[in-house]
Design a protein around this ligand. Structure first.
Ligand code: NAI
Ligand code: MG
Length: 366
């Protein structure tokens, strides 16, 4: 029997998680998935209870679970704590301890929300792109790192960007295989764009060579292109529909995935997955704990609910259940229900709802 560990965290975390759990329980029954749900502590609530942002017990249970569903962590209450003990550190720690090297972020435009984006509707209409970001290597983890004092008394900060071929190959494999899966579902040709800065960084020259060799050897059915990171930033705004799957390293992926997320309007709509080599994963909304609206029943639970869909798709291989959730979300948007973050006040026929009402509406559609 498979287990899902839910970690609600801080701020709006408990509110959005309650709705996501209801959805997960419902599909668990209707699709007979046989999942067992458990709850655990992470972030500020874990600090308050145990003194640690990621208690050993949580990590042990996360390792034993087949998937983790996370809300969000952090908030002003814990901002005065020293950096290494803050809620956000718990999140970094669980990602690296579980070996979650592949971060998947979907930027998909729900046509009902075409006016919520700052980009012209015709440029983003039909947008559905996937960014595959390497999450446990590159400049965020490379050694040596630090701030040192030079002989002349000046200070110097330094980080190191490193990628070995095995690290590039395992993230490349995820990207190529997802491109193949997406083609099977959409009927569009499989495309991967690998983003690097091979013109100036040797480490990304190796990245480019390695991805190219993989495509030639094993993925000749996938069309591969390469793009420099700075150009990719421009192209995402100019013509985002030219992309299907983008694969890149940790830092470029951090920047590009936030940029891609914003094409679709609200951060309250965007789910993410972080996977290990066995397909086990942690699923979470892209947004944070939103302390400004916490406890007010204003948060949009759809990013977390859509993260449940990603979990069913990628870890449990339950495509029908995943699609049922995505369809239910689309249906409530069709009905004109909007949490404040996606409410277009100039559009007629919309109904403003709270977090709980939105979650209940999705349940009703299911
Ligand atoms: P944030 O994503 O929490 O909020 C940014 C803005 O988006 C706020 O105006 C917020 O109200 C809004 N927002 C976010 N999620 C929403 C939702 N579901 N529905 C409606 N509106 C939503 O980012 P911010 O303000 O930079 O950080 C707040 C706290 O969250 C900090 O302590 C930060 O460290 C933490 N954080 C945690 C993350 C995580 O747990 N994965 C990621 C990002 C930030
Ligand atoms: Mg980021």
């Amino acid at each position: 029997m498979a287990t899902v560990l839910t970690l609600a965290g801080d701020g709006i975390g408990p509110e959005i998680m309650a709705q996501a759990i209801n959805v997960l329980k419902r599909v668990n029954e209707t699709f007979d998935l046989g999942l067992t749900l458990e709850e655990g502590l992470i972030g500020g609530v874990a600090i308050d209870a145990t003194g640690e942002p990621l208690p050993e017990e949580t990590l042990t249970r996360a390792r034993a679970a087949d998937a983790v569903l996370l809300g969000a962590v952090g908030g002003p209450k814990w901002d005065a704590i020293e950096r290494s003990k803050r809620p956000e550190r718990g999140l970094l720690k669980i990602r690296s301890a579980l070996g979650l090297f592949a971060n998947l972020r979907v930027a998909k435009l729900y046509p009902q929300l075409a006016n919520a984006s700052s980009i012209k509707p015709e440029i983003i209409k039909g947008l559905d792109l996937l960014i595959v970001r390497e999450l446990t290597g590159g400049i965020y983890f490379g050694e040596p790192r630090g701030i040192r004092t030079l002989e002349n008394g000046e200070q110097q900060g330094y980080n190191t960007m490193v990628y070995s071929t095995s690290e590039i190959e395992r993230i490349g494999k995820v990207a190529f295989e997802l491109a193949q899966t997406r083609t099977a579902a959409s009927g569009n040709p499989a495309r991967v764009c690998s983003v690097d800065k091979a013109n100036v960084l040797e480490v990304t020259e190796l990245w480019k060579q390695t991805i190219t060799k993989m495509q030639q050897a094993d993925y000749s059915d996938v069309a591969l292109s390469h793009m420099y990171a700075d150009n990719a930033c421009m192209q995402l705004i100019r013509d985002p529909k030219q992309f299907d799957v983008m694969v890149t390293g940790n830092m470029f992926g951090d920047i590009l995935s936030d940029e891609a997320a914003m094409l679709t309007g609200s951060i309250g709509m965007l789910p993410s997955a972080s996977l290990d080599e066995a397909g086990k994963g942690m699923y979470e909304p892209c947004h944070g704990s939103a302390p400004d609206i916490a406890g007010q029943d204003k948060a949009n639970p759809l990013a977390t609910i859509l993260s449940v869909a990603m979990m069913l798709r990628y870890t449990f291989k339950q495509e029908a259940a995943a699609q049922a959730i995505e369809q239910a979300v689309s249906d409530v948007l069709d009905d004109g229900l909007r949490t404040p973050d996606i409410l277009d006040k100039t559009e007629a026929g919309l109904t403003q709802v709270g977090c709980q009402q939105m979650g209940e509406a999705v349940l009703a559609k299911l």
